[in-house]
Design a protein. Sequence first.
Length: 334
Amino acid sequence: MKKISIIVPCKNEINFLEEFISSVTAQNYPKEYSEIIVVDGMSNDGSYEYLTGLDIKNLIVLQNPHQYVSQSLNIGIRNSTGSLIVRMDVHSIFPKNYVSTLADYHQNNPYIGNVGVPCKTISPVNNMMSNSIAAAISSPLGVGTSNFRINVPKRVQLVDTVPFGCWSKKIFDKVGYFDEDLIRNQDDEFNQRILKHGFEIHLLSGPIINYFSRKDLRSHAKMFYQYGLFKPLVNKKIKKITTIRQLAPVFLVAWFFILILILPFNLYLSLNMFLFILSGYAISSFFYLFLKKYNFLIFFHFMMIIFITHISYGAGYIKSLFIDPRSNKISSSR
């Protein structure tokens, strides 16, 4: 049986740590063949103190003075002793067979580069806004054709990315470690390198991870703005645009900018075009909620979140075309 190293980046996660740690320690993979390495990014909310106070034999707590996720992952991987690396994130609850499922699959399919399972996005608090955010990023309107978020495959699928994942430690010698230039989108870039080197990425049908969405609109918009901000840098590094759909929010923001420019000259046209776009959001949101049998009380919140998701991502993307995102000081917290 292979030894597993579970790598967990962490920064200011005190509100989620207890439930997360419970799901990690409940894993049914033998404890004597696993280690849990949590890399704390200089938390100031008591996360580090909480972790170091735990009496868990196979838990190792390290610190990352650089604070960002990419560095935390690399620190954890370099300090690991397992032959398989499994990534887990604090804002998720993992079923007890998560590690064993990925480890067994990887050992039976050693040619693959990465393997993961679907996510079910859930709200961290029970209110209209938070529930609507969870619904939005579980929909193709919010996240496009992201397979692991919007559906559960009936069989193993070949994909271009999975949440978190499981790798042979040897793969990092072949494709390199996580790119520390990338505060966001480091998974996308790393998975593209895996594919470029001829490995496959597999999405299994289960078990399913419960992933906590952002609880408020401000933090949700900030996250998607940062995703957009770092996407062009990813494209530059891998020398291609991975999907055409990533450009849709960019064109939306550009179109709104044009409408603002012509507003002083043709108020009627500008307002009508704006209402036309909003009606598209309203119609698509209505039919999605109807088909998925959601409570229609979230309709206006849902539509607004989809719209703001696209605007935030598109604004970040456009900014990155003119200003190198690496020159921006960005919060390392979730």
